[in-house]
Every structure is written in structure tokens, then in C-alpha cells.
Design a binder for this molecule. Structure first.
Ligand code: ADP
Ligand code: ZN
Length: 652
């Protein structure tokens, strides 16, 4: 065979027609299209070729080996350094109907033998392993007795001493190619300089691999830098604007981690600390609570992150300056893995750089010291310069970024500031409350601006206290205030823009002065530009000031679906993102499928998940939509009136 089709010399390569590949992509994962580079990688593996791929977090690396594992005869070995992650990875694969298991030291003996039996019977698509297993002498012969279709090496940079996460047991992986010469090996990582890349390829002994270096750009991340003053308060305000969403807050020291977590908790935010000074059990428990959406915020040192596969992290806050751009990129990179907008906030003061320099001065090796100082300076420049943040990051990694404005950072989007809108919020919500939550947005605007419209007069709303309380501002301002309240879930509105606005618990808290409301306001100096590939960037809604109305009106349904997902996840004992990603939930809230066939159209809904969860979701959507002919997919249920529903309990 010519080397490019089977460089590994596998004599018995299986052929898979391209249409089978696409059909399986849809059937198993519910995706209609490949993400960039996935097709090439999958095709190379199917053709028996080794692969080396650097793809950013959230780029969709796991699909690159899970899809071939499904299509090819034999088991795919997945080498991964993180025992703590394996169960979730296996659960996620199983949720899509793949036959996946893991073997590691944490597994009880009877489980191990069950998995070993499945492996020898050829009944596994995927077997996840920690590298040290390859050092167990009895294990290799056992592995050689079964049919392997490929070997995937995850976090491949761990094999390189030049990388930042070197792990000694990864050196054992140099055995893979000699021991399994017929099996293609695919190495994946999210961070590798060119030097690390060469090192990985050499150490693993990859044979003329297809080499992919995807862009480091993360278009769904919004980068922002704010001058740091009272940082705990700033963090609180930022987090409060995102109640119910998952986020990580990084602090430099353990002490700051503890006190920040404590402070947030005292303000009724569900937050837990994470740092190397906590005992193993506490760390594991806190991480698990975060993973399962039981707390919203983890306040952590950089010790937190390697074991995080959670796809629905909506923000990453740096309360202090990171040591270098690599670290900043990696930490912010944990946000928005699912491709949905996420916000990266750095609270910056040059004082932090001074603080860090003090530590660097204690490094003995003068070469290393100079190197670290240089990197720190780059990081400080990032915080203080007013050039596009994205451009600075990509330049740092040696990528040229040609677009003049990225449309996804504070510099390109003008000033992004938080403003206190508590008073306006109270005026609006008071009008909502005093009209028994029966008023639509336009009617509320009439009331607060003091316009005695026919309906206002007929209903006697010109007699209520709030009438004309906001006559000093324009209609558009009040419309925006309502949008803010919807975005921040102080108000909800079932579906249509002309439906009555309802107060939530969070809204009542603001209305009765139990908490304030601050929102992000940007004053764009320029219109958002399209990304270089022509795809329009999605911005985090709160940061862009005026969120599109459709986005806002789905918010109520999205919340309900999120609560449903959490319930189902608890029942199944898996993290919520394993059931559906945030992106799929958003899509469901947008498209509102009420039949199984419609639901199957939604990206991320494969066959297995449709069977398992389809009814629960279309039922919830139908109930949300209220009585309508299309809202009765089950036939036997009478239409339910649109009643006052208890809102999903908000986690705060
Ligand atoms: P990585 O390991 O590269 O960080 P993952 O494999 O965890 O990324 O994938 C990130 C997210 O992208 C997951 O929610 C996954 O379901 C989704 N995803 C992967 N491939 C596709 C695709 N072709 N279309 C839509 N979503 C995808
Ligand atoms: Zn920019």
C-alpha cells in the first residue's frame, strides 16, 4: 500500500465509505457537520494513518477518536492522565450509545474483571486507561491478544519535558508503537509550542503523522480587562450578574481563595474553594459539586483545572494577574467549551506584577529567571495595552491575526462598564407588580413614561403609583431596562414578546431592595465586525448591552430545560453536561421542538439521547408553550392552561 494510505502498514485496513461517516456523526452524536479539522483527522485514522493534532479546548477532540472507534472493528484505547475524569468521559460516551469503559487503580476488583472480560470478548468501542497501566507486565500481553482499531493519546503534551504538565508515566507511551506496530496512534493536545510538538512526535514515534495545528482563537470567548480596586466587591458584582451560571474565579494565593469564597458565600453565592492546601477528599468533593452544577462558582488557585471537562463554564475571572499568557490562555480556555458565549474577566493592576516579580527574583537559575520575567512583562502588557486582546493572545502564540477588530473583546467593543440600574429596575418591576403581572412590555413602558394610552386608562393604570415615575427617560431606555431584567432573570416572559412579564424571586429581591442590580453596558465605538471566516461572532449577551430579543424571550424556557437537565442528571448519576450541552439546550429553547422528530433535528441530539430523554424535553417544551394544537405530542394529555408556574429554583 502507498505510505499515505497506510503508513502503519496495517495489512487488514477496514474501509468505511464517507457517507457512513456522516451518517454515524448524525446518528451517534446528533451533529450534522464536522467542526474544523475533525473530518481530516477522522479520515486519516480510518485510513490507518497516525495523527498529531493541536486543537484548542472545546475544539472537539474526543469526537476525533470516538467516531472512528464506533465505525471500526476493534477497541480504541484512550490514554488519559486524569483518573478523576475517566468516569465522566465514559459516561458521556455511553450517553451517546458507545460501548465505553475505563480501567484504573481506583476501580474495585470485580469491576476490573468485568471490564477485562468485555475487552477480551471484543465488546468495547473505547477503553480509557491511565498510562501507568502499560507498566503492568501482565497487562500488555492481554492487550495484545485483543483487536485494537486505534490508540488515542489525550493531553499528549504531558510526554514532553518542555511542556508545562510533564508527567513521568507518560514516558511509558514510547512502548505503544513498537508493541502495536499495526495500530494507528493519534495524539491530541490543546497546548503545544512547535518545540513541544516535535518532542511529542519523536517520543511517541509517530510515523509520518497527519499534523494539524488549529488556530488558538476561541471565537466564543469575550475578553475583558478592568482596573482592579476593591476586587472582592468587583468579583461579587460580576458573579451576581450571572446568577445560576457556572464560573471559575482564580486567585493567586490560598488565603485569597479562602477569603473570596467566604465573602461570596456570605453574599448568598454558592461558591466553594479549591487549592492544593485542602485535603484530597475536600478537593474532590468541591470539584464534584461544581461539575454537577450543585455550586455555581469555584474560587481556586491554578491548582484547579486539569481535571475539568465541564463544558458549560460561562465565565472565568482572574482576580489577580496570571504569571504568563500561557497560563492565562489555558485558564480562560476552560470557559465555553461547548461553543456558547463565555466571558473572561481579568481584574488588572500593575501592583500584581510587582508582587509576582518578587517571587521570580527568588528563582536561582538566571536564565529561567530572565525567561519568567519576560513572560510576566508580556502578561502585564496585555492588561495595560489598549490593543485588541485577542490579537495580543494570538500574536503571542505566533499566529497572525489580520482582522482589525475582533468584535469579541472590550477594546474592540468600546468601553464595557458595569452600571447600577437598581432604581430603574425597581420602577419597572413595581409597575409589573402593581398590575398583577398582567402587563406586556409595551404596556409597562406606557405606564412608567406616563402615557395615558387607551388600555392604560381603561385598566385604571394611570392611577397607580408608578404611573409616569420614569417620565424623564425615553421609551427605548425603558425597553432596554426591561431587556436587562429579562437577561438577568429578574423578569421572565413566556415565549412571545407581547406576553405579560412575570417577576421572579431574584426580581423581588431587587424590587424590595434586598440586593442591587448592576449590568454590563458597552458603548461600542464601532459596529461588531464579522470574524475573518465570515461567521458572525456571538457575544455574551450581558456584555453587549442590547441582547437580541429572541435570545431574551427564550431565557425562561432555557431555565426550565436546564432545571430538567439537572434533575435527569441527578437521577442518572452523571454531570448535567453529559445529558445535553448548554449549546443543545439553547438550541432546544430556540427551536422549541414538540415532537420527537423535530427534536432529532436539533444539534447534539443523537439517537440514544432522543430515546432516553426525548419525551421529557418535548413534554417540558409543550407545557411551556401552553395550549396550542402543536403542543400536544402525546395525544392523551389534555392541553394545560398556561398557569402560573413555580419557577425553577434559582441557585444562589
Ligand atoms: P475538547 O476535548 O477538544 O476540549 P470536546 O471533545 O470536549 O472538546 O468537545 C467540546 C464540545 O463540542 C462538546 O460539547 C462536543 O459535544 C461538541 N462538539 C464536538 N464536535 C462537534 C460537532 N461536529 N458539532 C457540534 N458540536 C460538537
Ligand atoms: Zn478585540
Amino acid at each position: 500500500m502507498p505510505p499515505e494510505t497506510s503508513p502503519t502498514g496495517h495489512s487488514n485496513r477496514q474501509t468505511v465509505p464517507p457517507r457512513h461517516v456522516l451518517a454515524a456523526l448524525d446518528e451517534v452524536f446528533g451533529f450534522r457537520q464536522f467542526r474544523p479539522n475533525q473530518r481530516e483527522i477522522v479520515q486519516a485514522i480510518l485510513a490507518g494513518r497516525d495523527v498529531f493534532a493541536v486543537m484548542p479546548t472545546g475544539g472537539g477532540k474526543s469526537l476525533c477518536y470516538q467516531l472512528p472507534a464506533h465505525l471500526l472493528e476493534g477497541t480504541c484505547l484512550v490514554v488519559s492522565p486524569l483518573i478523576s475524569l475517566m468516569k465522566d468521559q465514559v459516561d458521556a460516551a455511553k450517553a451517546n450509545g458507545l460501548r465505553a469503559e475505563f480501567l484504573n487503580s481506583a476501580l474495585p476488583a470485580d469491576e476490573k474483571s468485568r471490564v477485562a472480560a468485555l475487552l477480551s470478548r471484543g465488546e468495547l468501542d473505547l477503553l480509557y486507561l491511565a498510562p501507568e497501566r502499560l507498566a503492568m507486565e501482565w497487562f500488555l500481553p492481554r492487550l495484545k491478544a485483543v483487536r485494537l482499531c486505534m490508540i488515542a493519546v489525550d493531553e499528549a503534551h504531558c510526554i514532553s519535558e518542555w511542556g508545562h504538565d510533564f508527567r513521568k508515566d507518560y514516558l511509558l507511551l514510547d512502548r505503544l508503537v513498537p508493541e502495536f506496530p499495526d495500530v494507528p496512534v493519534a495524539a491530541f493536545t490543546a497546548t503545544a509550542t512547535h518545540r513541544v510538538q516535535q518532542d511529542i512526535v519523536a517520543k511517541l514515534g509517530l510515523r509520518n503523522p497527519l499534523t494539524i495545528r488549529a488556530s488558538f482563537d476561541r471565537p466564543n470567548l469575550f475578553y475583558e480587562v478592568t482596573p482592579k480596586d476593591d476586587v472582592k466587591m468587583q468579583i461579587l458584582e460580576f458573579v451576581r450578574d450571572r446568577v445560576g451560571e457556572s464560573g471559575i474565579v482564580y486567585r493567586m494565593t490560598r488565603k485569597d481563595v479562602e477569603s473570596t469564597a467566604e465573602f461570596l458565600r456570605s453574599k448568598k453565592i454558592k461558591a466553594l474553594p479549591y487549592h492544593a492546601g485542602l485535603d484530597n477528599d475536600t478537593r474532590r468533593r468541591n470539584q464534584e459539586m461544581f461539575n454537577r452544577d450543585k455550586v455555581n462558582v469555584v474560587v481556586a488557585t491554578i491548582a484547579f483545572g486539569m481535571g475539568i471537562d465541564k463544558s458549560n463554564i460561562r465565565y472565568v475571572v482572574h482576580g489577580d494577574l496570571p504569571k504568563n499568557i500561557e497560563g492565562y490562555y489555558q485558564e480562560t480556555g476552560r470557559a465555553g467549551r461547548d461553543g456558547e458565549p463565555a466571558h473572561c474577566m481579568l481584574f488588572y493592576t500593575y501592583g500584581d506584577a510587582v508582587r509576582l516579580k518578587y517571587f521570580i527574583h527568588q528563582v536561582e537559575d538566571p536564565h529561567q529567571r530572565a525567561n519568567q520575567e519576560r513572560k510576566l512583562q508580556e502578561m502585564a502588557n496585555f492588561g495595560s495595552r489598549s490593543t485588541c486582546r485577542r490579537q495580543q493572545i494570538l500574536r503571542y502564540f505566533g499566529e497572525s491575526y489580520i482582522a482589525p477588530r475582533c468584535g469579541g473583546c472590550d477594546v474592540c467593543m468600546g468601553d464595557v462598564r458595569t452600571v447600577d440600574v437598581t432604581r430603574e429596575a425597581q420602577i419597572v418591576m413595581s409597575a409589573v407588580a402593581r398590575t398583577q403581572e398582567q402587563s406586556a412590555a409595551a404596556h409597562v413602558v406606557d405606564i412608567v413614561t406616563g402615557r395615558a394610552s387607551e388600555a392604560v386608562v381603561r385598566l385604571g393604570h394611570d392611577k397607580i403609583k408608578t404611573f409616569s415615575a420614569g417620565k424623564d427617560a425615553a421609551d427605548a431606555d425603558w425597553q432596554r431596562a426591561i431587556d436587562d431584567l429579562l437577561v438577568h432573570r429578574c423578569l421572565v416572559r413566556p415565549d412571545a414578546p407581547d406576553a405579560p412579564l412575570k417577576l421572579t424571586d431574584a426580581g423581588r429581591d431587587v424590587l424590595f431592595g434586598r440586593r442591587g442590580l448592576r449590568v454590563f453596558r458597552s458603548r461600542p465605538r464601532v459596529a461588531p465586525v464579522a470574524a475573518p471566516d465570515g461567521a458572525k461572532r456571538k457575544l455574551p449577551a450581558p456584555a453587549s448591552g442590547a441582547a437580541p430579543l429572541t435570545y431574551v424571550s427564550e431565557e425562561g424556557l432555557f431555565e426550565e430545560l436546564r432545571a430538567l437537565r439537572k434533575k435527569l442528571a441527578r437521577k442518572a448519576g452523571v454531570p448535567p453536561y453529559v445529558i445535553f450541552s448548554d449549546q443543545t439546550l439553547r438550541e432546544l429553547a430556540r427551536q422549541k421542538p414538540v415532537t420527537l422528530a423535530q427534536m432529532r433535528e436539533v444539534s447534539g441530539v443523537g439517537k440514544q439521547k432522543l430515546n432516553k430523554y426525548g419525551f421529557d424535553f418535548i413534554d417540558a417544551i409543550a407545557r411551556h408553550l401552553g395550549p396550542a394544537p402543536t403542543a400536544m405530542p402525546l395525544g392523551d394529555k389534555p392541553p394545560r392552561p398556561l398557569r402560573k408556574r413555580r419557577l425553577p429554583r434559582r441557585s444562589r
